[in-house]
Design a protein around this ligand. Structure first.
Ligand SMILES: *[C@@H]1O[C@H](CO)[C@@H](O)[C@H](O)[C@H]1NC(C)=O
Ligand SMILES: *[C@@H]1O[C@H](CO)[C@@H](O)[C@H](O)[C@H]1NC(C)=O
Ligand SMILES: *[C@@H]1O[C@H](CO)[C@@H](O)[C@H](O)[C@H]1NC(C)=O
Ligand SMILES: *[C@@H]1O[C@H](CO)[C@@H](O)[C@H](O)[C@H]1NC(C)=O
Length: 446
């Protein structure tokens, strides 16, 4: 114990010594801070409340994008620009109104993306793992579904003559995007191969089939090709990969069926960047873009020659949808923020969030605030924490300058559960010689 506390004292002195050298000179002047506060107050007080009825609604949903995720991503965004990062501003930070919501589902304290999507898209809290249905429906029980469907804002928008679209970084049949168009007692019923025999017998249909049969969606962008094609169909991008092959047992090719339904309209199905770039939004009525067999790659792993970024997909969607003089509804999901967190991959989660923020900036650039309501929110949090006493300007993916009681440094970002939480043989990994700023943040612990 004696050594440990001495170690802490030594590093605390080091912290003070180094910490003080990082401040910018102007920050030592009280007027620097007071002027900023005055300016912020003045801007807020002079802002006129926009009471217009929104013609367009864009809902940006960062899946699992907790407040800690936003703070850490803000710092990363600045650091990627070679700034210290703490005082950087995300586009989502510039919105005039902020609110907090309770995210519990009808049956769980901590909800999942299906129950939460039903809450914010359909306006109805429901049970875990169910989507587009009310709380009378039991998870996985098809029989309880009939008559308990609830509709979403995407359908309301379409019914009122607006164009509608969904952009995601996951498969388009995943919980969040699926809730805009489907009703399912289980979020896992991606294709008919995922439906249990009882569900088929009781007349439930899979989410992919509902994608082309329910609300007529103008723009659908994400991943999820394999749920659309007959079992064994080779994937065009990964023809050698068995796991990427078509999953459907009913032999239907939903991509072909979608194209058939659109005869007489300008409708494009694309699965790669070349064809995506060739889609002219001015002349396009419908676009279905499925860039991967399942979820898209993480932004940090994306092959820009094959797949566009969320910024580009958001832009294409808006340009197609905004031709409708009645307006549009668009859901843009940063869906893999959550998936990265599930795997304890902080590096990936933060890069996903930074890309998501750039997509928000693009949307604001392409629309007018007087007629467009843009909302940015998350569906639930993640056990992702930000701790210790890292120096100002230190890599957000770095380590504490202070060591813990076990005489080892710890990462600034940590997970309270999942792979990033693991101890090996009852003790924490020794990070002294590990570069935590790279993708390896997760593998340190697994
Ligand atoms: C940040 O600095 C690195 C290394 O000096 C440089 O390669 C990179 O281009 C810089 N990035 C920006 C956005 O200025
Ligand atoms: C398509 O949806 C309609 C109701 O909108 C339903 O009656 C029909 O059974 C569905 N067809 C398929 C193949 O899912
Ligand atoms: C993109 O998809 C089209 C249509 O399937 C195909 O002809 C083209 O070769 C693909 N491009 C690449 C780079 O794979
Ligand atoms: C954990 O302890 C066991 C038994 O001492 C040892 O065989 C094993 O290699 C240790 N694992 C790690 C990852 O250090």
């Amino acid at each position: 114990m004696e050594w440990t506390s001495r170690g802490i004292i030594v590093s605390a002195l080091l912290l003070l010594a180094l910490g003080s050298s990082i401040a910018k000179v102007e920050e030592e002047d009280p007027e620097y801070w007071r002027a900023q506060a005055r300016q912020a107050l003045k801007a807020t007080l002079s802002r006129k409340t926009n009471t217009n009825v929104a013609k367009n609604v864009i809902l940006f949903l960062g899946d699992g994008m907790s407040i800690t995720t936003i703070t850490a991503s803000r710092i990363l965004k600045g650091q990627l620009q070679n700034q210290s990062g703490e005082d950087s501003v995300m586009t989502m930070d510039t919105f005039p109104s902020v609110g907090l919501i309770k995210t519990y589902s009808v049956d769980f304290q901590i909800p999942d993306s299906a129950a939460t999507a039903t809450a914010y898209l359909c306006g109805v809290k429901t049970n875990l793992n169910t989507l587009g249905v009310n709380a009378a429906v039991r998870n996985g029980v098809c029989k309880s579904q009939k008559g308990n469907e609830v509709t979403s804002i995407l359908k309301w928008a379409k019914d009122s003559g607006k164009s509608v679209g969904v952009v995601t970084t996951t498969r388009v049949q995943h919980a969040t995007p699926a809730t805009t168009y489907a009703h399912s007692a289980s979020r896992k019923w991606y294709s008919d191969a995922d439906l249990p025999a009882s569900a088929k017998r009781d007349g439930c249909t899979d989410i992919a089939a509902q994608l082309i049969n329910n609300t007529d969606i103008d723009v659908i962008i994400g991943g999820g090709r394999k749920y659309m094609t007959p079992r064994g169909t080779k994937d065009p991008e990964y023809p050698w990969d068995f796991l990427s092959r078509g999953k459907r047992q009913d032999g239907r090719n939903l991509i072909d069926e979608w194209q058939q339904k659109k005869i007489g309209k300008v409708a494009h199905y694309v699965w790669n960047r070349t064809d995506f770039d060739a889609v002219d939004p001015e002349t396009t009525d419908y676009l279905m873009a499925l860039f991967e067999p399942g979820d898209l790659r993480f932004e940090a792993d994306r092959d820009p020659k094959m797949d566009p970024s969320i910024v580009e997909t958001t832009e294409k969607a808006i340009r197609i949808l905004q031709k409708n003089k009645n307006g549009f509804f668009l859901l843009v999901e940063g869906g893999r923020i959550d998936q990265a967190h599930h795997d304890g991959r902080g590096y990936m989660a933060l890069h996903e969030t930074v890309a998501f923020d750039y997509a928000i900036a693009k949307a604001l650039e392409l629309t007018k605030e007087e007629e467009t309501l843009t909302v940015v929110t998350a569906d639930h949090s993640q056990p992702f924490i930000f701790n210790g006493y890292p120096f100002r300007g230190q890599s957000i993916l770095g380590k504490s300058p202070l060591w813990a009681m076990d005489f080892k440094p710890y990462t600034t970002l940590m997970y309270g559960s999942g792979p990033g939480h693991k101890k090996v043989n009852g003790s924490r990994p020794d990070l002294r010689d590990v570069d935590t700023s790279k993708e390896t943040l997760n593998s340190i612990y697994t």
